[in-house]
Design a protein around this ligand. Structure first.
Ligand code: GLV
Ligand code: MN
Ligand code: MN
Length: 419
């Protein structure tokens, strides 16, 4: 393997990268720094135009698949070989920050640009991917684009997805100009020789340790559930307490059961969140007859996540039986954790050492498209610190220096992997 010091000197254009981050931040349904770019919203569609323009201006060949994953490719001298991939997402949950996902997409473009400026000629092709809907906001399921690429969700299940307004994935993707069958999204075997995603850590570890680069060894396994509760409504003044079947109270008890299950699983890595909680009819003088929850349960280990899940499931049955509320508990996804590829991790460690950047192996507690890319390619991730570990909120921040360092590590890594 060539040593990084034999590679051309790379200069990351940090100013250009920051300018693009700020330009993309203007494409949002909420004013910066509060981002919101939900799949196939007007902001998401405008972000796609922006990214296509960057890719074309950089001389990359753009391909888009039927679900809207965007691939920007720099053809290597041996185009028949598997490519080296990078990328992330630019969709953003409501009221989130500027950096989640975006750093990996814009950093990917800048990594390739720095290699081009240095006169580097890749042997394997280099590809930047903008994955469709890493965030679950629209259809309730995360990593929709990468799941389909990896064949981890079948096309029929994807077709049956509906958003809150009852619109299907097919209807929305076609309106956005994405035609063709969802079956065609799956990547050809061996498409990627390696995949490396650059991302903010979304946790406090790197910042606390003052280490600029994290290298992901494991990605925790996410699972999520839809819980629909139907009780009995009525007049808030007239229905006496002993005869009530209040769906919102069953929901409240279930949300507490989520917390308890996560805290008592025996693993410090189990986390449980009830992030969606809606009640109907939502009137102060009416007993809620219906409640709808979405629950997120994760762990780096499946056994402790399973334990927490069975505890939660029995608690939900008991709560609803006691309250006379009908329960529908449906799994949205239940994904195993993923392991980072040892060889790719070692390449990144060597790059960091050659660049004089301290690095640390770590776990990703958030999920990423890399969770699914790891099923079809040797994969790992490069993490950079973010302020206070904040993410999924407008105060999310990563410094220009850390973004530039992560991008430099990515560029050198891709160069090495392409040899
Ligand atoms: C990704 O955004 C996650 O929720 O981990
Ligand atoms: Mn996110
Ligand atoms: Mn992300």
């Amino acid at each position: 393997m060539a040593d990084t010091r034999t590679l051309p000197q790379l200069a990351i254009d940090s100013a250009a990268l920051q300018r693009r981050l700020n330009e993309l931040a203007l494409i949002s349904e909420t004013p910066a720094p509060a981002m919101s770019r939900v799949l196939f919203s007007e902001a998401d569609l405008r972000a796609r135009v922006y990214l296509r323009t960057i890719a074309k201006d950089a001389g990359l060949a753009v391909r888009e698949d039927a679900v809207g994953n965007i691939f920007a490719r720099w053809e290597g001298s041996e185009p028949g070989l598997s490519a080296v991939g990078t990328g992330s997402h630019t969709d953003a949950i409501p009221n989130s920050g500027l950096y989640d996902g975006v750093v990996g997409v814009l950093g990917g473009f800048e990594a390739l640009a720095s290699l081009k400026r240095a006169g580097f000629k890749p042997r394997r092709s280099l590809e930047v991917v903008m994955f469709t809907a890493e965030e679950p906001t629209r259809f309730g399921i995360g990593c929709l684009g990468s799941r389909l690429l990896a064949g981890s969700i079948d096309a029929a299940k994807a077709r049956s997805l509906k958003d809150r307004e009852g619109r299907s994935l097919d209807e929305l993707r076609e309106a956005a100009g994405y035609r063709g069958s969802l079956e065609s999204v799956r990547l050809a075997p061996g498409h990627f020789h390696a995949f490396v995603e650059l991302h903010i850590e979304q946790g406090p570890v790197l910042e606390k340790a003052a280490i600029p680069i994290g290298i992901v060894e494991h990605i925790a396994g996410p699972s999520s559930y839809r819980v629909t509760l139907v009780g009995e409504g009525g007049h808030a003044g007239a229905v006496l307490m002993p005869v009530r079947h209040d769906a919102s109270l069953a929901a409240a008890e279930i949300a507490l059961a989520v917390e308890k299950a996560a805290k008592t699983s025996g693993s410090p890595d189990t986390v449980g969140t009830t992030g969606v909680f809606r009640i109907e009819p939502g009137a102060v003088n009416s007993v809620p007859y219906r409640a709808y929850l979405e629950v997120d349960l994760r762990d780096t280990r499946l056994d402790s996540r399973d334990k927490a899940f069975s505890q939660l499931r029995s608690a939900a049955d008991e709560i609803c039986a006691r309250r006379g509320v009908r329960l529908d508990f449906e799994e949205i996804n239940s994904d195993p954790p993923a392991a980072g590829d040892e060889h790719t991790i070692e390449v990144i460690e060597k790059v960091c050492a050659a660049l004089g950047l301290p690095s640390k192996r770590m776990v990703s507690r958030a999920y990423h498209d890399s969770l699914f890319m790891a099923r079809v390619s040797p994969t790992t991730m490069i993490f950079i610190p973010c302020r206070n570990g904040w993410s999924h909120r407008p105060e999310e921040y990563a410094s220009p220096e850390h973004i530039a360092s992560g991008t430099a590590v990515l560029a050198h890594t891709m160069a090495r992997l392409s040899e």
